[in-house]
Write a protein that binds this ligand. Structure first.
Ligand code: CU
Length: 154
């Protein structure tokens, strides 16, 4: 919690290669619907987007278990994110819904947790730099079980 392993330069770098800030006022975000299931997978594992395109991710959890037992989120990470370390730290961060406070600067966009039957949303601009950006669920064990996907920016 109190450790900041990132150099102070990291945040400006992430911002610089991360999210575009300006979009035409008339453009509505493109909606992408994902489901998270009890076998700890997203039903959509690859999303393609144009550089800077505005997206709205809608994540629905399909489960009859309690939220404490089974919930999902969507966390889009910067290219340089240490994914394994992020996930391990996140799994212990129950108080912050498994979002690791010390590694927030690697997050480009994220939803809150969705329990069974709930839908959570986040609107964001795709990165302007083409490439592949990993998204993950940080609920304990889910990434290790394969709950991840890739945003491909063209
Ligand atoms: Cu999950």
């Amino acid at each position: 919690m109190f450790k900041h392993s990132l150099p102070k330069l990291a945040l400006p770098l992430v911002l610089a290669c991360g999210v575009a800030l300006v979009a035409p006022a008339f453009a509505a975000p493109r909606v992408v619907k994902l489901k998270g299931t009890d076998n700890m997978q997203y039903d959509v594992k690859r999303i393609e987007a144009k550089a800077g395109e505005e997206l709205e991710i809608q994540l629905t959890t399909v489960s009859s278990m309690s939220k404490a037992e089974m919930a999902h989120n969507f966390i889009l990470l910067a290219k340089n994110a240490p994914v394994d370390a992020f996930v391990m730290e996140g799994a212990m961060a129950r108080a912050t819904d498994y979002v690791p406070a010390g590694k927030k600067s690697f997050i480009l966009a994220n939803t809150t947790l969705a329990g069974g039957g709930e839908t959570v949303k986040v609107v964001f601009k795709a990165p302007t730099e083409p490439g592949e950006y990993t998204y993950i669920c940080s609920f304990p064990g889910h990434y290790m079980a394969g709950m991840k996907g890739v945003l491909v920016v063209k």
